[in-house]
Design a protein. Sequence first.
Length: 147
Amino acid sequence: MARISPNSSLTLKVLRGQGGTGEAVMVLDVGLGYFELEGNPESGTVRVQFGSSVVTSSGAAVIRVDLDSLPGQLAVFAGNAHLERGTAVMLDVHGGESLTLSGTDAGQYNLAESIEPDSWDTWKLRPRPGDGGRGYGTHGDDQWICG
């Protein structure tokens, strides 16, 4: 599932197959996005791209990607996420950690053992009206899709 804040843009670049052969690639073009990654090989692979970075998960994970501060920040609320930035950076980010990428050196980053709160963090946790806990659509400023 993906949720984006107002004035953000998300592109569904790839959506094909089903089950273990399924693949989805979501690209956060601009703004702030929250993603729930399944990371279950039986349900296929899901990738989140932002800039030259790609995030995947081998298990369930909840992440925030912030492109308001280029070249981007990643926060992992739960689970573990794997980030690759070309061949310059390949690392795992664990629940409760955040990562800020360097705009001057693709191989540099700052990994923190905490997550700086964002005003949208509580918004991502609000239930989606009328969808039984999963769904898609808009409600006010909310925008979401489920994968």
